[in-house]
Ligand binder design. Structure first.
Ligand SMILES: *[C@@H]1O[C@H](CO)[C@@H](O)[C@H](O)[C@H]1NC(C)=O
Ligand SMILES: *[C@@H]1O[C@H](CO)[C@@H](O)[C@H](O)[C@H]1NC(C)=O
Ligand SMILES: *[C@@H]1O[C@H](CO)[C@@H](O)[C@H](O)[C@H]1NC(C)=O
Ligand SMILES: *[C@@H]1O[C@H](CO)[C@@H](O)[C@H](O)[C@H]1NC(C)=O
Ligand SMILES: *[C@@H]1O[C@H](CO)[C@@H](O)[C@H](O)[C@H]1NC(C)=O
Ligand SMILES: *[C@@H]1O[C@H](CO)[C@@H](O)[C@H](O)[C@H]1NC(C)=O
Length: 661
């Protein structure tokens, strides 16, 4: 029985939201006409400009805005520009966007078969195409599309706000942060140069810590431009490790504009009593995950084969800091204002994971002996993790993982979130430990879920010899903690938590024109001055992490080794999701009784399916097309022909032991 009221709403929802990937705008009706030539509208949102006869030159003057050009002569590059920059030379495709994301003016995509140049005159963008024919496509101020014009459309209850945030973060921060051929053109090394802030603080690019999230956001964005940036970032990191003057293969904390590299940074505590090494192994551990994501997306085994010796050397640094009892003396992993002089639970867990990922990459290359070595390294770290103190990291009295143990053997612990959830996610814990951590996370929910993820549950308890001399700067919420917290909730199948987190960040983004600061929720125990954030303005971290959590964790679309794409949604409401970005080209419709996946690409592709969180069960039936009866879904990897759809339905009578907990 279909309730007519519901049906009406479904139809209405389709009418209102179902213009998949059609650029929409509320603003200016048509683009500026060319200086010399004609302009005609050829479709609802598309105009065609033709040059005056004999000319192969079309020039457009826009009233204001930001310019983003694609340069695809020798690889994909993005050239972001605004009135304070020099003229730019690109090719094929360019964009002019209104300054503010909430503008009712349109953004315009200009496509031309030829070179494009952009300059500013009195703050007004001037775009010139070396072509006799140009198309101008109208989009909203922050397009629901990537730089190639490949769009997305999301339809579920809060999809509009989340789509605005996705677009606002991508166009307002992620693309402008790539300065390889703009601000960095004259730097000694400019390939792979992405900045962390577009405000004038920290001018470097940061292989330790920042590149992890820059890479994740760009991988999730799904565009081929962003993938090219990711490859160049990885190659930059490998080069910098190779050129470590101490031959330790360290990924440096930073590469500065003048070419200076910071391989070694030590910081003191507020009271001067302790000091610690910043990010000794962080960039190296992260590098392996970035490589894994790149290879899982591209299946470029030749690129991997060429780089594997450098990647192994990078993990050799990590091995060299593991003692005979399987404890990794990493010092500071993520929090550079918490003086962790010793071994951290979090770094051990993440290093173990990277050894496991490297083992998978080695197997792809058929290097089984090497793979086995890294599997053993992963196991050594994981086995030690769950051991009780003082050999391991588990506190048998408080029944949780401690944050770190210093080189004097003193335990430091203020109920650190990642120190507890990461070992559980990795399967390092026994059932009793898992249940203690689950209970603790539940008990401390209100502390941990502060905008949207907080470092630890007792930030007031850090001492002056634990806090760095830069102040209690990391004792708050940060994108890096959120990224792993979201991974944990996705792993638990808790789309409801992910949705709340995404909405929280999207709402803060909206109130700030999608230009986010560095650290949030500081107006709490420390830095009480009425501002929700401190640190660098226009910072990369929340935008990149948002895009990753949204696409990879919540929509559940991500790279996998075992298929072309993994589809593991954590949605909580019926939804229609369409992603036309180069890496995705798919649509799925999640309904109460069925899940329909369509391959929108032009080639047959394999999809690895994990629908367990949607239907709370693990056995399914599949119908490959309307002409064949449905059959049990035996393999989780399905081949879908171009343009074809498969329908998956949860099996009617799940055995009780198949129900997901
Ligand atoms: C333009 O770019 C400069 C330098 O990158 C930056 O300082 C400025 O904030 C940008 N302006 C806008 C409106 O984005
Ligand atoms: C684009 O230009 C190149 C060289 O000028 C030409 O070979 C090609 O056919 C053009 N493509 C289109 C779609 O016009
Ligand atoms: C413009 O295009 C023409 C032919 O496509 C080419 O011969 C010419 O060199 C180009 N000019 C510039 C300034 O790029
Ligand atoms: C590596 O191991 C896999 C099974 O894990 C096996 O199929 C393959 O033949 C092995 N390759 C080599 C070169 O030994
Ligand atoms: C630890 O933090 C809690 C809550 O923030 C506070 O109530 C308690 O007094 C603190 N303990 C110490 C020793 O500072
Ligand atoms: C648009 O955003 C700016 C900057 O965040 C804000 O000052 C302005 O009030 C907003 N305008 C509208 C119409 O919401």
């Amino acid at each position: 029985m279909v309730n007519m009221f519901v049906l009406t709403w479904i139809l209405l929802a389709f009418t209102v939201f179902q213009w998949p990937c059609v650029p929409v705008s509320a603003g200016s009706a048509s683009p500026p006409p060319p200086v010399a030539g004609d302009l005609v509208q050829v479709d609802r949102h598309i105009w065609k400009a033709t040059a005056a006869s004999g000319n192969s030159d079309l020039v457009f003057n826009f009233p204001s805005g930001l310019v983003i050009l694609l340069d695809s002569g020798d690889g994909d590059y993005v050239l972001p520009s605004n009135a304070s920059h020099v003229p730019l030379q690109g090719h094929g495709r360019g964009w002019v966007l209104p300054e503010l994301s909430n503008s009712s003016d349109s953004a315009w995509m200009i496509t031309a078969n030829g070179s494009l140049s952009a300059s500013f005159e009195h703050g007004q963008p001037r775009l010139a195409a070396n072509a006799s024919l140009v198309f101008l496509t109208q989009h909203r101020a922050r397009p629901y599309a990537d730089i190639h014009g490949d769009g997305f459309s999301l339809d579920f209850p809060s999809a509009g706000r989340l789509s605005d945030a996705l677009a606002g973060f991508y166009w307002g921060t992620m693309l402008p942060c790539v300065i390889e051929r703009t601000a960095a053109t004259e730097y000694p090394i400019s390939e792979g140069y992405v900045v962390s802030t577009l405000a004038d603080k920290y001018q470097g690019t940061y292989p330790d810590v920042d590149h992890e999230f820059q890479v994740k956001g760009r991988v999730a964005s799904g565009s081929s431009l962003d993938l090219a940036v990711v490859r160049r970032m990885i190659e930059l990191d490998l080069r910098l490790a190779r050129e470590d003057p101490c031959h330790l293969w360290r990924a440096p904390c930073s590469l500065q504009p003048d070419g200076r590299r910071e391989y070694h940074i030590r910081r003191n505590s507020e009271d001067g009593a302790t000091n610690a090494n910043m990010f000794l192994i962080t960039g190296n551990v992260e590098l392996v995950e970035s490589v894994w994501l790149y290879v899982a997306r591209t299946k470029d085994f030749e690129w991997l084969r060429g780089n594997i010796p450098s990647i192994e050397r990078a993990m050799w640094l990590v091995e060299s800091h593991i003692d005979n009892m399987g404890r990794l003396w990493s010092d500071v992993y993520y929090e550079d204002q918490v003086m962790k002089d010793g071994r951290e639970t979090m770094s051990s867990a993440l290093a173990s994971r990277s050894f496991g990922l490297l083992a998978q990459l080695e197997r792809l290359l058929g290097r089984n002996d090497t793979a086995q070595h890294y599997e053993e390294m992963a196991k050594i770290l994981v086995d030690t993790l769950a051991q009780p103190l003082p050999m391991g990291y588990w506190d048998q009295e408080s029944n949780r993982f401690v944050d770190w143990v210093d080189r004097s053997g003193v335990v430091h612990d203020h109920i650190h979130l990642l120190a507890n959830i990461l070992p559980v996610m990795l399967g390092a814990t026994d059932p009793a430990q898992t249940s203690h951590v689950t209970d603790m996370v539940q008990h401390e929910m209100s502390e941990f879920q502060r905008f949207p993820t907080f470092l630890s549950a007792r930030i007031a308890n850090y001492t002056r010899s634990e806090i760095g001399d830069g102040g209690p700067y990391d004792l708050c919420a940060a994108g890096r903690y959120w990224c792993w917290d979201a991974a944990y909730w996705a792993w638990r199948g808790r789309g409801d938590v992910l949705l709340t987190q995404l909405e929280t960040v999207a709402e803060m983004g909206r109130s700030e024109d999608y230009i986010m600061g560095e650290r949030y929720d500081m107006d709490y125990v420390y830095y009480i001055d009425g501002s929700p954030w401190h640190g660098a303005a226009h910072y990369y971290e929340y935008p990149c992490v948002f895009v990753w959590v949204m696409v990879a964790e919540f929509l559940g679309i991500r790279p996998t080794i075992d298929a072309d794409i993994l589809v593991a949604p954590r949605l909580v409401d019926a939804a229609t999701i369409e992603l036309n970005q180069n890496a995705y080209q798919l649509r799925y419709v999640y309904g109460k009784d069925s899940f329909v996946l369509t391959n929108l690409g032009s080639a047959a592709r394999t999809f690895q399916l994990d629908l367990s969180a949607l239907y709370h069960q693990s056995t399914f039936m599949i119908r490959l097309d309307a002409t064949v009866p449905e059959k049990p879904l035996a393999n989780t990897v399905v081949l879908v022909q171009p343009g074809a759809s498969v329908t998956i339905t949860p099996r009617q009578t799940p055995h009780i032991d198949e129900l997901k907990l």
